[in-house]
Design a binder for this molecule. Structure first.
Ligand code: PLP
Length: 368
């Protein structure tokens, strides 16, 4: 195709991509990098889960099961719900995107607790919806009155993550219940990091038709690359999402691994203990070095860097040392980095790199 023709075709299409280009993207990692920027869980699958993945490969010529029935059954049994209260997704991000498509018309408003999971900005933009950001209260409390009586009243649904990304903070389930009980809106609670936290809102799903929970196996079950997520809620709400879902949204490996993880959740106890231990260790070590770290209920730390440099500067310095961390687009978090908790050797390498960078800063300052 000639350049002129390509330009004419491109300009005749929607220009929504221009707005998306301005959103931050995660740099691609080369294999030598220690990847601490997207909150993966860098451990092998437990042996029986891995075996289920390999066995599923032998069914590669078949389409995956329609409507994810066996996986939804397994999740329903594990979460003490019925199949029609469960939708299975190609990761929870697929389910987030279905929620926007199913429940928002262009021009509608949704409310999100802020700072929150940045991907929601992209989803709102694609749907032509207005994302109303409601700040978390002091020390990341749930601002219930603001959500019930403020401008959030206009929102079609309210979205929050508990524990929250990027702060790592957790609000008590009693507060979530208070919001859900008093609100006449759909409340979407994204529990991507719940297995690293002290409690979950799962027990509320049967009690409140306006609560929709999201879960993922990307973080606590080390399966980010396999793409398994769940939505748990009232059958009418779940049914509307299932109605607009692509057929064969998951693949045979995702189905098999999902069912197997649900059957072997206890095999992850050591993994979760490791992450909880390392996040305390790394928090302490960083605090000793002059960083300020928010206590976390997730597999990552929100780290405020020492005065004088911002998060982007630290991200660049660490990247030169082949360590990837995230910076956040949110107002007020310019001097922060978000660091995933990896293996002990990965966290040792991260801490050594931080000390190195601090050391060269000090020697540069004293040379001036
Ligand atoms: C709060 C939150 N929700 C959802 C997701 C998406 O997870 P998944 O891999 O299931 O799409 C993430 C990933 O970082 C997240 O932090």
């Amino acid at each position: 195709m000639s350049d002129a023709k390509l330009q004419s075709v491109l300009s005749s299409l929607s220009q929504v991509h221009r707005q998306l280009n301005s959103l931050p993207s995660n740099a691609a990692a080369d294999d030598e990098c220690i990847k601490l920027n997207t909150n993966e869980n860098p451990f092998a699958l437990p042996a029986p889960v891995l075996e289920s993945a390999v066995a599923a490969l032998e069914r590669q010529y078949l389409y995956p099961e329609d409507d994810n029935v066996s996986l939804r059954d397994a999740a329903a049994a594990s979460y003490n719900l019925s199949r029609d209260q469960v939708i299975a997704g190609n990761g929870s991000s697929e389910l987030l995107s279905l929620i926007y498509k199913a429940f928002l018309d262009p021009g509608d408003t949704l409310a999100m607790l802020s700072p929150g999971f940045a991907y929601n900005h992209k989803l709102a933009l694609l749907q032509g919806a207005r994302l109303l950001e409601i700040r978390w209260g002091e020390t990341c409390l749930l601002p219930i009155r603001k959500l019930l009586f403020g401008p959030a009243k206009e929102a079609k649904f309210i979205l929050l993550a508990n524990p929250n990304n990027p702060t790592g903070t957790f609000v008590p389930i009693a507060d979530i219940e208070s919001l859900v009980a008093q609100s006449d809106r759909l409340i979407v609670v994204d529990e991507a990091y719940v297995d690293f936290a002290p409690d979950s809102a799962l027990r509320l799903v049967d009690r409140y038709p306006n609560l929709l929970l999201l879960r993922t196996f990307s973080k606590s079950y080390a399966a980010a690359g396999i793409r398994i997520g769940f939505g748990l809620g009232h059958p009418e709400v779940i049914g509307r999402l299932r109605n607009i879902q692509n057929m064969f949204n998951m693949n045979v490996i995702g189905h098999a691994v999902g069912v197997s993880i649900l059957a072997h959740q206890t095999a992850y106890a050591e993994n979760h203990r490791h992450i909880q231990y390392e996040r305390v260790r790394v928090n302490f070590a960083l605090s000793q070095l002059g960083f300020s770290v928010t206590p976390s209920h997730t597999n990552f730390l929100l780290v405020r860097v020492p005065a004088g440099r911002d998060g982007a500067w630290w991200q660049t310095c660490l990247k030169r040392k082949k360590i990837l961390v995230a910076v956040l687009p949110d107002e007020g978090l310019e001097d922060c980095i978000r660091v995933s908790i990896g293996t002990k050797p990965q966290m040792d390498a991260f801490l050594a790199a931080v000390e190195d960078i601090l050391g060269s800063e000090t020697s540069q300052r004293s040379a001036v």
